[in-house]
Design a protein around this ligand. Structure first.
Ligand code: AP5
Length: 282
């Protein structure tokens, strides 16, 4: 399995940005726009990169195609860090892609920011092409991908279907609303490593790290509530599109426990034991 990265890893450092830790390791090598020109890597090269960063590359296994979804602050990014570290999948986060555009000051980014500040979905004319390009790049590079926060509406799911892109597994993290608000307002990012922290649940390891942490502009209680409303208005339609592969995971547990369940599902998929995945559909 190859380990690769797309524009998420290349986003400029910003208070708006989050990104998977493993992807951030590549950040210094690429700028935001470079991903569009990124040359195709051979899977051997990618394996080498994985090894260098301690990823447990699972040689000879089918590349995984995974979607992870859930309400704001349900732990998607946190779990993606762990999944990427073990499985070396290409992590594509719609939120990260959008924040990268915002930070780069592009026309699309400026328009997207208006919607993000309101906790609304960014219009498809901006987000669909962005994610499509990242996905096609991932397929081209490694075949495997981990799609985070996309699709978030029926029309986005339909756009993927039109491209013939479907996941083997759709993970939905379930967390009660009151916990989601606490998680959002306490969330912080390390702009150097890209690691996600929480002031109470996952505090920084050293005073030096604590001093450089940043907060997302949409992580206020007021904005989180708006984002929750948007999520609730759309989630049913998205779930309906992936009934055959959806798996609910209780995200209101320590992150290692949540990951243990996800890890088990992914291992089962790799071993071809996928028949049961759809059995616990909501
Ligand atoms: P996006 O960035 O995707 O935001 P989100 O969906 O609101 O999710 P978050 O990034 O806030 O949370 P997360 O689930 O990754 O949680 P995390 O792991 O960080 O999207 C932002 C905006 O972009 C949207 O509002 C929208 O405007 C736009 N957008 C995005 N996708 C779009 C699309 N497809 N179409 C249109 N517009 C789109 O964890 C949160 C905190 O909790 C952290 O502090 C963490 O340390 C802590 N934590 C995590 N897990 C645990 C645990 N198990 N126990 C205790 N604490 C935990």
């Amino acid at each position: 399995m190859a380990c690769s990265t797309v524009s998420v890893a290349s986003a400029p450092s910003s208070t708006l940005c989050k990104r998977s830790h493993s992807l951030s390791l590549f950040r210094r090598h690429r700028t935001h726009l470079q991903h569009k020109q990124t040359k195709k890597k051979s899977s051997n090269q990618s394996q080498k990169i994985c090894k260098n960063f301690g990823v447990q590359a699972l040689a000879g296994k089918e590349p995984l195609r995974i979607m992870i979804s859930g309400a704001p602050a349900s732990g998607k990014g946190t779990q993606c860090e762990l999944i990427v570290a073990k499985y070396g999948l290409t992590h594509i986060s719609a939120g990260d892609l959008l924040r990268a555009e915002v930070a780069a000051g592009t026309d699309a980014g400026n328009k997207a920011q208006e919607y993000m500040q309101e906790g609304k979905l960014v219009p498809n004319e901006i987000v669909v092409m962005m994610v499509k390009n990242a996905l096609l790049q991932a397929v081209d590079q490694s075949g495997g991908w981990l799609l985070d926060g996309y699709p978030r509406s029926l029309s986005q799911a339909e756009a993927l279907d039109a491209l013939g892109i479907r996941p083997q597994l759709f993970i939905l993290l379930d967390v009660p609303d009151e916990i989601l608000v606490q998680r959002s307002v306490g969330r912080r990012y390390d702009p150097v490593t890209g690691k996600i922290y929480h002031l109470m649940y996952a505090p920084p390891e050293t005073p030096e790290i604590a001093a450089r942490l940043t907060q997302r502009l949409d992580d206020t209680e007021e904005k989180v509530k708006l984002r929750l409303q948007t999520h609730e208005a759309n989630v049913a339609a998205v779930i309906g599109s992936y009934k055959d592969v959806i798996k609910h995971v209780d995200g209101n547990r320590p992150k290692a426990e949540v990951f243990a369940e996800i890890d088990k599902l992914l291992l089962e998929l790799q071993e071809g034991e996928t028949e049961e995945v759809g059995a616990t559909i909501a």
